[in-house]
Design a binder for this molecule. Structure first.
Ligand code: BTN
Length: 330
């Protein structure tokens, strides 16, 4: 008999994952995947050795009872419903920064949708030169290489696209998330996820964009430095329950691809509408730090390039980049 193809274990896992809480018979798996019953058993044993809990009940079959809390291709691929994003996955136990690795890969010719993910970062970067706290095995740190057909002047739209995706993935995990302009994802008024977008471009066309996403998933208050504890939160803190990171990673990538497709097909208009619906900034009094100056006013809207429009006593200011502080509660 010819040997099993090398990824049969992943196919068995995908089959079990698709069945969710249901049992699937060994016969159904072997028929569907063209494997012998003995081969199916062998792959189930291999999955168990990799930390999966697979229940086996006579006359009912197999059921996936628990997925190990790791973020390698073995865990993620079966959960992904994307055509491009994450189909090539570079997973690391430790990196300086997933954005740095993704940038290197992009420069070396990585394809649209390749994703770098790490269990921890020793030099995780946030916006405006800040550090991103990256404790091991608790959160999500990933970066996607994109090759959009866009002029450089429209690349900033992708940051808002990414914030929508992460906000929706968190909502699907039971967190009441909202977006603070441009792309901070908040829950209960504190930051739960951040996005760092970097790009290389020629005058007329973007060469690559790297979208780096950090989501605080199972971080506890003590994982954040004391000065950040009032400002940062996590899924586990918000729900009072830890969350399966692989499922959330897959949800983020799935939503990111869906919103990127909407952006490629229909432009910025649907993104702008969806962003407005999820915004916690619009309609609020804000303090904006931009270009070494501060201005206070009411955040009125975002324009058709994603810039924030703030009404000050003198005029409407158009903010392209900056830090927003929400002043009074609504
Ligand atoms: C911010 O809100 O300041 C942006 C934070 C972005 C953090 C993520 S974690 C994965 C990727 N790698 C990095 O070094 N930064 C981004």
């Amino acid at each position: 008999m010819p040997p099993d193809p090398p990824d049969s274990e992943q196919l068995v896992l995908a089959f079990l994952a698709e069945a969710g809480d249901e049992f699937v018979s060994g016969e159904a798996i072997s028929d569907k995947l063209g494997l012998t019953r003995a081969a199916v058993w062998k792959h189930v044993e291999a999955l168990r050795a990799h930390g999966y809990r697979v229940e086996a009940v006579p006359a009912r079959g197999y059921r996936l009872a628990a997925v190990p809390d790791r973020l390698t291709a073995l865990e993620l691929r079966p959960l992904l419903d994307t055509h491009d994003l994450g189909q090539v996955l570079h997973s690391y136990e430790e990196l300086g920064s997933t954005n740095d690795r993704a940038r290197e890969l992009a420069e070396e010719g990585a394809a649209h949708g390749e994703v770098v993910i790490a269990e921890t970062q020793t030099a995780g970067r946030g916006r405006r030169g800040r550090a991103w706290i990256s404790p091991p095995h608790r959160n999500l740190y990933f970066s996607a290489v994109l090759r959009p057909e866009l002029p450089p002047s429209r690349a900033a739209e992708l940051t808002l696209v990414a914030s929508l995706a992460v906000c929706d993935a968190l909502r699907s995990a039971g967190v009441a998330a909202g977006i603070k302009w441009p792309n901070d994802v908040l829950a209960g008024g504190r930051k739960i996820a951040g996005i760092l977008t970097e790009l290389a471009a020629e005058p007329e066309k973007v060469d690559w964009v790297v979208i780096g996403v950090g989501v605080n998933v199972n971080a506890r208050a003590e994982d954040f430095p004391e000065e950040l504890r009032g400002e940062a939160t996590s899924v586990a803190i918000e729900r009072g329950l830890p969350a399966p990171r692989a499922l959330l990673a897959a949800a983020c990538l799935g939503r990111l691809e869906a919103w990127l497709d909407a952006h490629a097909e229909r432009g910025f208009a649907p993104i702008r509408d969806a962003w407005r619906e999820r915004s916690v900034t619009l309609g609020r009094e804000v303090l904006v730090r931009t270009d070494g100056r501060e201005l206070a006013g009411r955040a009125e809207d975002i324009d058709d390039l994603g810039a924030l429009l703030v009404r000050t006593p003198e005029r409407v200011e158009r903010i392209l980049a900056g830090d927003v502080q929400l002043l009074r509660p609504r």
